[in-house]
Design a protein around this ligand. Structure first.
Ligand SMILES: NC(=O)c1ccc[n+]([C@@H]2O[C@H](COP(=O)([O-])OP(=O)(O)OC[C@H]3O[C@@H](n4cnc5c(N)ncnc54)[C@H](OP(=O)(O)O)[C@@H]3O)[C@@H](O)[C@H]2O)c1
Length: 379
């Protein structure tokens, strides 16, 4: 099969490497916007050269961003080409449009690398849900935030110092907001939850709280109490839709997530009959991520390609049945918090069981009064 790459950066050049010596997959065209000497002979700056080329079977979009990625991917499917993408922002934002177009055109649309980078998470989620109903999914879905939390537990270090180290090592972007505030996780969660629950969730409405305000004193308190703090995503089947949220979470020392080191991911589904199965590995990086792009191309080559589910039903967020205790550290006094406080720790208070959506809405509003506020759910 002939593949055209859109983009030749970290992931694109990795896909090229994986395919170089294969007899079944050939990268025959690469869309670039600046010269790439390694692929000079097959480069083009004009997408028309790709979309109008009948010898190209698969368009692999590895350039990122929403535009022109959306227009290119749509045009490729309309031209009867299969599409593979690593672009979580694109799939999360245009889930309904792209999956409907793939169905209408009878072409494959696969995005395994978009969630979990090199981990075969989406393919296994899709596989299990053909047999079993999924009750809950989630876990550690962002390597940068896990790198920061892991380092802060290993030795006393400030959030700013470890963020700088993550940036120096290339684990965090110059603008780290998407990784530390939860936006990157939210895109991955929305794609995973849509597939798990045949849903279409509104990404922007999913409540989240990130790790930007965690301090070394918070971590010392958690360790003294026997907890490990991780930034977790959760989506669970609910009576009137799906309960999805992202929040720092205090886990007991024997929880699997507590042991996840450095920039690794651990993503889990719980099936009604299958129980828990977890996927651990590199959520990013050139060759792992590119491997999932190439695996998607091999799926298409075997004739198995289509999207991971053929149903996409708009669903509401329903958080009314999800509640647990929270750790809260705030410098501002608050009557609602006082009413819910059950215990006082060295650096903050612990509430009784509080509805998750109520707490995340309270915390979002409270940040305006106290920008240093930190909360963490207690599992
Ligand atoms: N890196 C990872 O570990 C990883 C993991 C999971 C998912 N992803 C996803 O994979 C995608 C690619 O990420 P990446 O890390 O490979 O990014 P990257 O290194 O920045 O590469 C993107 C490439 O696309 C090119 N490009 C951008 N817009 C273009 C356009 N309009 N026309 C032609 N070429 C264009 C860029 O060209 P220039 O070189 O000229 O700027 C660059 O070479 C993103 O959606 C990302 O979220 C990446």
């Amino acid at each position: 099969m002939n593949i055209a790459l859109l983009g030749f950066g970290v992931v694109g050049s990795g896909v090229y490497e994986w395919c170089r010596d294969r007899a079944d997959l050939h990268v025959t065209r690469v869309l670039v916007r600046s010269a790439k000497p390694a692929v000079a002979d097959i480069s083009t700056m004009d997408f028309t050269d790709i979309v109008s080329d009948p010898t190209i079977d698969i368009v692999a979009e590895v350039m990122g961003g929403l535009h022109p990625a959306y227009e290119y991917v749509s045009a490729a499917m309309k031209a009867g080409k299969h599409v593979v993408t690593a672009n979580k922002a694109l799939i999360a934002a245009y889930y309904t449009e792209l999956t409907s177009l793939a169905r209408e055109q009878g072409v494959a649309l696969l995005c395994t690398a978009a969630v979990g980078g090199g981990i075969p998470w989406l393919v296994n989620l899709a596989r299990v849900r053909k047999l079993d109903a999924i009750e809950r999914i989630g876990g550690i879905m962002n390597g940068t935030s896990n790198f920061i939390m892991d380092a802060m537990h290993a030795a006393p270090v400030s959030f700013d110092a470890i963020l700088k180290e993550a940036q120096d090592l290339g684990y965090a972007e110059a603008d780290p907001s998407a990784d530390i505030d939860g936006d990157d996780i939210r895109r991955k969660l929305v794609i995973s939850a849509n597939i798990a629950f045949d849903a279409v969730l509104d990404e922007e409405s999913i409540p989240m709280f990130g790790i930007r305000t965690v301090t070394d004193s918070d971590i010392a308190t958690f360790k003294a109490k026997g907890f490990t703090c991780k930034l977790l995503a959760t989506a669970a089947a609910a009576e009137n839709g799906v309960c999805a949220y992202i929040e720092p979470t205090l886990l007991s020392a024997d929880a699997l997530e507590s042991a996840v080191p450095r920039n690794f991911n651990l993503i889990t589904y719980e099936g009604v009959n299958m129980g828990r199965q977890s996927y651990y590995g590199q959520g990013a990086g050139q060759m792992p991520t590119a491997a999932n792009v190439v695996q998607d191309c091999l799926t298409i080559l075997r004739g198995e390609g289509c999207f991971y589910t053929d149903k996409a039903t708009p669903m509401a967020l329903d958080g009314k049945d999800e509640s647990h205790p929270y750790y809260v550290r705030t410098a501002a006094s608050d009557k609602w918090l006082e009413a819910h406080t059950a215990e006082t720790w060295a650096t903050g208070v612990v509430t009784g069981a509080v509805n998750t959506y109520e707490m995340l809405a309270w915390a979002k509003a409270k940040l305006a009064d106290d920008p240093t506020l930190f909360i963490a759910g207690i599992a």
